[in-house]
Structure formats: structure tokens, C-alpha cells
Ligand binder design. Structure first.
Ligand code: SAM
Length: 427
């Protein structure tokens, strides 16, 4: 089978690349990768990436806004987990539209426009579907309209890794888009039946992550992003939509519904944590224990709004220590610090309370032990894992990409005519 040429953006320590290579190192060939930690002299994640995948002139360590000009053409698959920001756009004087400066979506958008990757796989926090606060769904609407303008079909799904047999309750949105000429799933019309078929049965996410087949045409919502909105700026100003956890865009029609995962038994923390002796520095001192027990306790705090109004901020009680007979909670970049969200476990050997070790955080994301043990301070090892993703999910998606790519390629060959698809796949 022909290699799939991959470009990895916002590469961090290489979660996408590792997942795809776990699917097939022969097929997925990363031709270019970019990682740059803003405002940091030491580029720990980039160094870790090079340590694990080897130094290469095709690994770029510059702001993507600058580095994008070096990117090769002919990209089969563009991947990346990008920061979630406010994506609003404004009309320029020339009546064109322009994204807010410094918002990374517009870098991705530029790359899509210029390089026309055949497939795109993106990851973000699931909050993306709901943002902004005042225009619910607007930011995702902008992304979809932008992809529509560039000729893509799109599918998305919010996936909680623990619901698919994995070791972390990490809920993230994944977006898979592909050039509509490739039409992986042979969709003829943008209608409810085809949307239902994609979401529930035969589409990219349905193939990768089974759901309970209970969706009916009655619980799918639809909106046409072109019919009702003149352009991106119009979407930016006026779009509001209640996106559900799964959906697709066929031509300019967006369909969305709530999918229930066909849950597999997750892996629990007890299967991950070290049962060997752990260094003393990971164990809590009495003061740390007291601070953390307070941080994780229930609270109701009186606060004052800028206008002087009083309100109460409340937080529920968290399990302290964390249960090890369930998967890890979502790891954040603050993991391993005195923070409410850090995992604290009872060490299986000593029965004393301790933080997770960096190796354990790597296992929670499905990275090999010591992946980030690459000369970076320990604090950054936790930070990088908080930023990364559950690699096993990307492996599953990589398997599906191979399957649909192969099918399309063989189909094009069997047809024995140089169709657009064949030309696209062959080039
Ligand atoms: C959500 S993380 C992605 C982590 C990655 N998927 C992994 O497995 O480690 C986003 C990454 O984008 C990088 N980044 C942020 N701004 C950037 C920019 N302007 N140019 C290039 N990379 C940037 C951050 O340093 C961070 O590593």
C-alpha cells in the first residue's frame, strides 16, 4: 500500500505521530512536523520529539505563523491538537475576511487553503463545540464554514478515552475532514439518511468507535451553513447552534446528534501504577497532605463581581486519594503540583499518599515509559503529558484511515480510469 504523507502541527511530544506509527510505521510517513512553545527559551517538547523520532531538518521549531512557509506540498494527512481560542473574524477593507491575529485556527486555515491536504485529523477540547459563551457554537461554525469553503466533508465526535477501554477519562473532540472529491463513504446527497448512516454506521468515527445504534432521524438536527450565512464574517457575527457530541457536514449541510458510546470496560489506574519502590520525593509531606485535602474538599466561597454584586463559587468534594479501581481523571498540565486536579494515590507498596510519577502519567496517555525522560525538568514531563493525548485513540483512527484509504485506492485502480480521486491519491 502507498505511504500516507503526514504533516504534524502543534506536535508537542508527538502523540499523533506515535499513534499513527503504532497503527503502521510503514504506511504513515511524517514528512514534516512543527512544534514551538511560545515565549520559552528551552524547547523541551521539541527536544523530546527529536529524541524519540530522530533529528531531522523536517522537524521545525518555529512559530507556525513563520514556519508554515517551509511546509512541503502534497500532504495526504494533516494532523494536530491546537489550542482553543476565540476565532472571530472581521471584514477587511477589501471586503475579504480575516481572522483575529494570533489565533492558531487561522494558521491551520491558511495551510489548508494553500496545501490542500487530502485528509485532516484535528483534536481539541470538547468545549470548542459550545464556545463562545454568548454565541454558542459560533467558533465551531466558523471552522466548519472554513472547511466547507475549502471543499471538505467533515465528521466530528467527542470521545472519552475511558469509554473505549482506555485508562483515562479524557473527553476531547476529534474532527476528521477530507476533500469531497475523495468521498470516502460514497455519499450521493446531503440528506438525513446519509448523515445518519455516516454517524451511526459507516462513517469514520462509527467505524473507529462503535456507538449504540439508537439514533433515529427524529433526533438529528440540521443547519445549512451556506444557505443562511453569506460568508465567514456572517457566520462570525450571527451563527449560533447547539452542536451535539457527534455530527457531520456534507456539502454545506451540517447534521448533529447525540451519540451514546458502546462502552468497553476501561483500564483502571491500578493496572498502570508502579508496584515497585517509588522515590521518596513523590510522597506527600504532612503539610502537602493537609493543603491537598482542603483543595479537594467541598467549598462555597463568597465572591464579588466587578459591579459589586455578591455571588457564591462552589466546588464539589473530590475523592482523596484518587480511586485506583477506576481510570485516571483528565490529566492537566498542572499534574504533579499542589493543585486540586492533581492525582493523589495511595502507594500500593507503602500505603502512603503520593503524586503520580512521570512514568505513570506517560502510561495514562499510552506513551512508552520514559518517553519524556529527555533531559527536561520533571515539571515539564508532567506539563507535556497534560498537553498530550491518549495515543491509543490515534492508533485506532490510524487503522480506519488505512482501511478507507486502501479501499478508495483499490476502487480507483479497479475502475481503471484516471479519475480525479485516483489522480489525487496517486500524486
Ligand atoms: C495541545 S498541545 C498538542 C500536544 C500534542 N498533540 C502531543 O501529543 O504532545 C499544543 C502544542 O502546540 C504548541 N504551540 C502553541 N503555540 C504554537 C505556535 N504558535 N506554533 C507552533 N506550536 C505552538 C504548544 O507548545 C503545544 O505543545
Amino acid at each position: 500500500m502507498k505511504k500516507i504523507k503526514v504533516v504534524e502541527l502543534f506536535a508537542g511530544v508527538g502523540g499523533f505521530r506515535l499513534g499513527l506509527e503504532n497503527s503502521s510505521k510503514k504506511i504513515f510517513h511524517t514528512v514534516w512536523a512543527n512544534q514551538w512553545e511560545p515565549k520559552k527559551q528551552k524547547q523541551h517538547a521539541f527536544n523530546c520529539y527529536n529524541h524519540n523520532f530522530g533529528n531531522s531538518k523536517n522537524h521545525s521549531n518555529q512559530d507556525i505563523a513563520v514556519a508554515k512557509f517551509e511546509m512541503p506540498n502534497n500532504i495526504d494527512l494533516l494532523v494536530g491538537g491546537f489550542p482553543c481560542q476565540d476565532y472571530s473574524v472581521a471584514r477587511t477593507q477589501a471586503a475579504g475576511i480575516q481572522g483575529e491575529k494570533g489565533v492558531l485556527w487561522w494558521e491551520i486555515s491558511w495551510i489548508i487553503k494553500e496545501k490542500k491536504p487530502k485528509m485532516i485529523l484535528l483534536e481539541n477540547v470538547n468545549r470548542l463545540l459550545k464556545s463562545t459563551k454568548t454565541h454558542k457554537g459560533r467558533d465551531f461554525g466558523i471552522i466548519l464554514r472554513d472547511l466547507y469553503n475549502n471543499g471538505y466533508y467533515v465528521e466530528w465526535r467527542v470521545i472519552n478515552a475511558a469509554e473505549y477501554g482506555l485508562q483515562q477519562k479524557r473527553r476531547r473532540i476529534f474532527i476528521f475532514a477530507y476533500k469531497k472529491d475523495i468521498n470516502f463513504f460514497n455519499i450521493k446527497n446531503a440528506n438525513f439518511d446519509n448523515a445518519l448512516d455516516l454517524i451511526q454506521k459507516n462513517g469514520f468515527f462509527a467505524k473507529s468507535f462503535k456507538i449504540i445504534k439508537e439514533i433515529t432521524l427524529d433526533n438529528i438536527k440540521e443547519i445549512d451553513i451556506k444557505e443562511k450565512f453569506i460568508d465567514l464574517a456572517d457566520v462570525s457575527d450571527n451563527f449560533k447552534f447547539d452542536f451535539e457530541n457527534s455530527g457531520c457536514m456534507i456539502d454545506s449541510k451540517i447534521f448533529t446528534t447525540n451519540a451514546t458510546p458502546y462502552s468497553n470496560q476501561p483500564k483502571n489506574l491500578e493496572n498502570i501504577i508502579l508496584n515497585t519502590e517509588v522515590e521518596e520525593k513523590y510522597f506527600l509531606t504532612k503539610t502537602q497532605e493537609l493543603k491537598l485535602s482542603l483543595l479537594k474538599d467541598r467549598k462555597r466561597i463568597q465572591r464579588t463581581k466587578p459591579n459589586g454584586d455578591i455571588y457564591y463559587y462552589s466546588e464539589g468534594k473530590m475523592s482523596f486519594p484518587d480511586r485506583i479501581d477506576s481510570p485516571a481523571r483528565t490529566m492537566l498540565t498542572s499534574e504533579g503540583t499542589i493543585n486540586r486536579s492533581s492525582h493523589i494515590i495511595e502507594d500500593p507498596k507503602t500505603k502512603k499518599l503520593r503524586f503520580l510519577t512521570p512514568i505513570e502519567t506517560e502510561r495514562i496517555n499510552g506513551f512508552p515509559d520514559n518517553w519524556t525522560n529527555t533531559d527536561m525538568p520533571e515539571r515539564f514531563r508532567y506539563f507535556c503529558m497534560g498537553n498530550a493525548l491518549v495515543v491509543d485513540l490515534i492508533k485506532i483512527m490510524g487503522d480506519t484511515i488505512q482501511e478507507i484509504w486502501n479501499q478508495k485506492y483499490n476502487q480507483a485502480k479497479a475502475n481503471k480510469k484516471i479519475s480525479i480521486v485516483e489522480t489525487m491519491l496517486i500524486n
